[in-house]
Design a protein around this ligand. Structure first.
Ligand code: A3P
Length: 358
């Protein structure tokens, strides 16, 4: 028996070694070990994400890093998930909606949808169902909010009704209003630069917005109310529709002109409206003389629409044509009552005065 003891010990050591090798080498035969490995991997990748965020925060904006430590803690314990958007930028077209969304996307608590979704204003999209809509939203962590923008939502006849019936009641809406004449010219410039208009004779701005009938009087009635460029600027008309479904507390009304001149002021208003931590500061942006707009200096993964200088691409901030002062005058008279109606509907006034006359 004594002689056999070393053999038993050797056999035991051999078996334990085989077991240990098998345990680590072939985890699929040991489900618990697999869970442990996966959770290790997850925590390593979470730590990496957190490290990435922390280093982003520390090099881009030292003074905010402290304030955001609780944000990063929460991010650490969260998992990526799909959800409805918390806020939707519903308009207006050429109001600076891309600039606003891409700046918002720099906030660590805000996830922005990369493209316009057009779910509620296009029947063929809407018919695909709400799951199709949610699937197009960026994934978010528990303490993050999701924002999408589709500027044509504001004029979509069925959009407020569809949203009321489909989205959570807590959904918030952001509207960027731009002085309507300037908006129309911006929209016109976009048409000029579109590939469809290349090489074809393009109508002048005046002929697009003024009716041919009896316009010697040069009055507001000469303005073509049915023209697309004009209808979009009848903001009160669209807001009346929306306010029939949602009360004012659902909306944040912003000025496109203020976004251009003071982006941080506007971004701070949006932070408060969305209930996220204050993040944006003046030092994160600089005025780019070449571009003629504010651009950001945060080192962050850029959107396709952004250049390496933190500015938006060439399709944003185009040169505008000069418009005949008579036409401007007619448009001013035309839009004045619409603007007054808007101010009373939204309980906010914009200091609009189109002055770029030739
Ligand atoms: P223009 O190209 O006529 O100057 P949208 O994204 O809704 O289409 O709006 C485009 C408009 O955003 C631009 O119109 C520009 O005036 C405005 N804008 C506001 N802030 C901007 C920024 N930082 N960079 C570029 N464009 C900006």
């Amino acid at each position: 028996m004594r002689r056999r003891r070393p053999l038993v010990v050797i056999f035991l050591i051999f078996s334990i070694s085989i077991f240990l090798v098998a345990f680590y080498r072939w985890p699929r035969y040991f489900p618990q070990s697999r869970e442990r490995k996966t959770s290790n991997r997850k925590s390593v990748s979470r730590r990496k994400t957190l490290a990435g965020r922390t280093s982003f925060l520390s090099h881009c904006c030292d003074s905010t890093a402290d304030g955001l430590s609780s944000v990063t803690d929460a991010i650490d314990s969260a998992v990526w998930q799909s959800s409805f958007p918390h806020a939707i930028i519903i308009g207006v077209k050429k109001g600076g909606t891309r600039a606003l969304l891409s700046m918002l996307g720099l906030h660590p608590q805000i996830r922005s949808a990369p493209k316009e979704i057009h779910f509620f204003d296009r029947d063929e999209e809407f018919r695909k169902g709400i799951d199709h809509y949610i699937a197009q939203m960026p994934k978010r962590k528990r303490n993050q909010v999701v924002v999408e923008k589709t500027p044509s939502y504001i004029i979509g006849p069925s959009v407020p009704k569809r949203m009321k019936e489909t989205l959570p009641l807590s959904t918030k809406f952001i509207v960027l209003f731009r002085e309507p004449i300037e908006r129309a010219i911006s929209d016109y410039m976009q048409t000029l630069s579109s590939p469809v208009s290349n090489g074809t004779a393009v109508q002048t701005f005046a002929s697009k917005v003024i009716t041919a009938n009896d316009c010697q009087s040069r009055q507001a009635r000469c303005v073509d109310s049915d023209a697309y460029l004009i209808q979009l600027g009848q903001y009160a008309r669209w807001m009346q529709e929306w306010l029939a479904y949602y009360n004012r507390s659902h909306f944040l009304f912003l000025s496109s002109e203020e976004l251009t001149l003071n982006p941080v002021g506007v971004l701070n208003q949006v932070e408060t409206f969305l209930g996220v931590k204050p993040f944006f500061q003046g030092k994160m942006f600089y005025f780019n003389e070449l571009k003629g707009f504010y651009c950001h200096r945060l080192r962050r993964k850029r959107e396709k629409s952004q250049e390496s200088d933190g500015c938006l691409g060439r399709s944003k901030g185009r040169h505008h044509i000069k418009v005949d002062p008579d036409v401007v005058n007619m448009l001013q008279n035309y839009f004045a009552p619409w603007n007054r109606l808007l101010y009373s509907l939204i309980d906010k006034t914009f200091n609009w005065n189109y002055t770029k006359e030739s």
